[in-house]
Design a binder for this molecule. Sequence first.
Ligand code: 5AD
Length: 313
Amino acid sequence: MAAAREVRENIYGKDIYVRGLIEFSNICRNNCYYCGIRKDNRKIQRYRLTPEEILYCAREGYSLGFRTFVLQGGEDRPFIEEHMEEIIRTIKKEFPDCAVTLSVGEWDRERYQCWREAGADRYLLRHETAVDEHYRRLHPPEMLLEKRKNCLYTLRELGYEVGAGMMIGSPAQTAEHLLADIRFLQELEPHMIGVGPFLAHADTPFAEMENGSLEMTCILLGVLRLLFPKVLLPATTALATIAPDGREKGLLAGANVVMPNLSPPAVRKKYALYNNKVFCGAESAQEIERLKKRVEEIGYRIVTERGDSRVGT
Ligand code: 5AD
């Protein structure tokens, strides 16, 4: 961990970048066995923000100091097809000094290209696991690892800053799987790597599965920082959920990004990918002062710049 901190401080200093996360829809066509917003979960109340509400979130975020907006949602096809391009254009026009990150799943090259031309800068698409057999244990048969990997390579070709990543401690995961994840990441050379512990969600087929651990997640964060010195590495919400000091432990293991929630408070608890997801306190964008204080207590500082990746520079 100390070595990982040193590597990260040599490159990014004491700076922690913040991203405003706008969870615009929890409607999803996919049925990932681990995920609380999977299609077959009939127990959750579905929601979808309007383009105006999304813009309102971005405006609020801008005034709070955010210079990156992450538009994340389920694979809500009709809404995304109809509105995403325009939403990107509007945000980039009103806030030309901001980066727009998309996290909306698997699409064809044309669609990714259209959004890139509309101004999207970055794309988050976790590969979830790099081993085919393991991928098939986490996803229904219609979802293919190869398709996911191809999406990542396409995004990179189109000039996005790309983020891949995996859950730590997902059901049936072994050390060999994690090694394969690392090998895949070495091949992809992503700008960002998102990792967090697997957390069971009660209304999914994995309800009874054991959670991933804080310790293993921090070990992976440290290893990833050592192997990918320049990568942007978030201390994720799942990590902040698994332990009260999870976020801080992640930052001390080499992470350098946090992504507080900018979604309207009324919908936050509906975007429950896993049980007990935290969305107030330092996970809430509106309470960024609390986050700043907690980050300062461990010797780092929140900065309000775009925080582009240094990968490839
Ligand atoms: N536990 C932890 N992480 C999860 N994700 C989805 N469901 C869970 C869960 N139950 C992660 C996936 C996805 C990201 C948005 O959230 O890795 O890519």
